[in-house]
Design a protein around this ligand. Structure first.
Ligand code: KDO
Length: 333
């Protein structure tokens, strides 16, 4: 080896060593915020996390290392709340169904035809009902909800075309629902045979026919490409669905007061980005699906509403709803 070669090598090795030791030192000073979500990259509630990250980079430069994990690549769908409670995960978006498992009164928001529209949803959760329930969530689940995200209005999406007017027309249809009893109850209330499956397995289930259909808001039907393997969308509009950006209490309590405020503001900016784009897209998607060759049909929504509301009112879930909450929800305008 020539002297100049040796010198170059020594220099390279020294630079590498410096880089290796400098990097951990830099990241050590940053607070790591890991996010886990089953959302697919092209969906708004996946993209909103980039808004969260960029917002924090602006408001608190160099203070946070935000790591976004999509497609349930870090934690399986539905296991995020337990991971956050244990302090193994910092942030996620959790559903009313996740919450209802530990805070039974929250099941009022898993009931079909309870919330009217996204505007009412924001008013409910940003008002006194949200404040009361989120306090219980923080106490019982060890996570703090920071912002309410409109996931969209859930519609039934079928593999084969079917004449669906009332819940009786869904009899025997194997309708995929996420895997918890609260979700399955909703599927059964719609008149179908509810079948549990993780979101990431739905495309294949529809393609191979292990399920006859699934329910999701239209933007997710587009983003996860379910329209490629289904032939019909039935506009049941059975659930104005919300998810909540939540942070583990362990992580939140470790932040300074200004950091708490910045993380909350970033979560709210992310939710606002999602809500605006999702509401806009929802109005455009019927045309898109028709162009893709799907039949988009409107059932007797009043018949669905009546059947689903009666099923919930007569269920054990309704027995633990706080007194007067349905009236308070209805009065939120
Ligand atoms: C789904 O599995 O159908 C669902 O829509 C349930 C939601 O609570 C949420 O987990 C969502 O999937 C994922 O974020 C994927 O969009």
């Amino acid at each position: 080896m020539t002297t100049s070669n040796l010198r170059r090598r020594t220099l390279l090795a020294a630079t590498a060593a410096l880089g290796a030791s400098a990097l951990p030192a830099m990241s050590q000073s940053k607070t790591v915020l890991r996010i886990s979500t089953p959302a697919v990259p092209d969906d708004w509630h996946a993209k909103m996390w980039t808004v969260f990250k960029e917002s924090l980079e602006k408001s608190a430069p160099g203070e946070f290392d935000v790591q976004i994990n999509l497609n349930a690549s870090l934690f399986k769908q539905g296991t995020e709340p337990a991971a956050m409670a244990r302090g193994n995960l910092e942030l996620s978006s959790i559903s009313a169904f996740d919450i209802a498992k530990l805070v039974p009164e929250f099941s009022v928001f898993t009931a079909g035809y309870m919330v009217r529209d996204p505007e009412q949803q924001q008013k409910i959760f940003n008002g006194p009902i949200g404040a009361e329930l989120f306090k219980t969530v923080a106490e019982k689940m060890e996570v703090t909800p920071l912002a309410t995200v409109y996931l969209g209005t859930r519609q039934v999406n079928l593999r084969e075309v079917r004449n669906v007017k009332t819940p009786a027309d869904l009899k025997g249809v194997k309708l995929r629902m996420p895997g918890s009893k609260e979700w399955l109850f909703l599927g059964e209330a719609l008149g179908a045979t509810a079948t549990p499956l993780a979101f990431g397995e739905v495309y294949l289930g529809l393609k191979t026919g292990t399920i006859d259909g699934q329910d999701n808001p239209l933007p997710s039907v587009r983003a996860a490409k379910f329209y490629e393997v289904t032939k019909q969308i039935v506009l049941t509009s059975h659930l104005v669905d919300g998810i909540f950006i939540a942070i583990s209490n362990k992580s939140f309590n470790a932040l300074s007061a200004p950091q708490k405020q910045k993380v909350t503001a970033a979560a709210q900016a992310a939710a606002a980005f999602n809500n605006e784009n999702r509401i806009k897209e929802e109005t455009q998607l019927v045309e898109f699906f028709k162009k893709e060759g799907l039949q988009v049909t409107t059932p007797d929504v009043d018949a669905f509403r009546k059947a689903v509301q009666t099923t919930y009112q007569n269920s054990d879930y309704a027995k633990v709803w706080p007194k007067g909450i349905v009236e308070r929800i209805n009065a939120t305008k």
